[in-house]
Design a binder for this molecule. Sequence first.
Ligand SMILES: [Fe+2]
Ligand SMILES: [Fe+2]
Length: 153
Amino acid sequence: MVIRQFYPNCSAGIPVKRFDWLESFELRVPEIDSDHRAMLDLMKATRAAAAAGNRERVEHYIDRLFALTQNHFMREETLMLRWGYPDAKMHATYHQRLLDRAKEVRRACGQIESQEAFEECCEEMMTFLIDDVVRGDMKMKSFLETNGLTLPE
Ligand SMILES: [Fe+2]
Ligand SMILES: [Fe+2]
């Protein structure tokens, strides 16, 4: 397996090094933002458990992260259809691809024995899930604003 370069740059060009919430991620759509925050929290917890070498904990957090992400994608897709987002179908395909890739990497991580490579593998897996927060959904921002779907600043 090829370990990719971690932390894709988000649209603002800020590397996501710590899974910290950045203001630039905020869509001002509470149903979406709260899921994104929770996803980042679970990624941080996953990273900490991986760094501590606690694989059982890693599995526990990753299970929760996948469940949350799957629900989040469904919620988002329902909202996009309701709002008439023109790229709703393309975005749903993008979600599915992210999940498939993350699952694939997760399976590969299970085969890794060395601690360092395992941590790197977990990081790689999470880059697919965080892509939705830092890149994919940013494409919706102007549509949401133009259509008055965001909360006032
Ligand atoms: Fe999202
Ligand atoms: Fe999304």
